[in-house]
Design a protein around this ligand. Sequence first.
Ligand SMILES: [Zn+2]
Length: 160
Amino acid sequence: MDIRKLLKSILQQYGHDVVYVEKDRRFRCSCYSERSGESADPNCPKCFGTSFYVTFRKVKVRRVISSVPETLIGVNKLTEEGNVTLKAYVYYMEYDAYPKEGDLILEVDWKNGIPVNIKEKLFISVVEPKLGDQGRVEFYQVYCRYTPKGANDDDALSTH
Ligand SMILES: [Zn+2]
């Protein structure tokens, strides 16, 4: 059985499109240098608060609520809010989506194939490549948590 094909057909039937925000880890956003090395500006109108130059693309995903306690998948250590239990999601992505920890997923409203409004902003905590018998990546299981939407995130979306 070809798991890649299977996931593709599942996504075609049950999936939906999200905006995948990839940090270009080589280049800092201008908001970072302006603040001379301080932490990122959460309301930056360009980088979604990541402090890096970002690119984005449309990715088809299937998401489910995570049944795995966050403590078991190392999400908590990344949570700045302390003990607050945040709702976590698992996203399934195809082998060619190349998700990375620290990137963002935006759940958006689409209009004519263009993302127009951010409904939810999610931070990728853990990426688990699922390998087949031959050792190749068949798909990705991606653990995410909510992160607050910045005041200018919708602007950032429209400028890309
Ligand atoms: Zn920025």
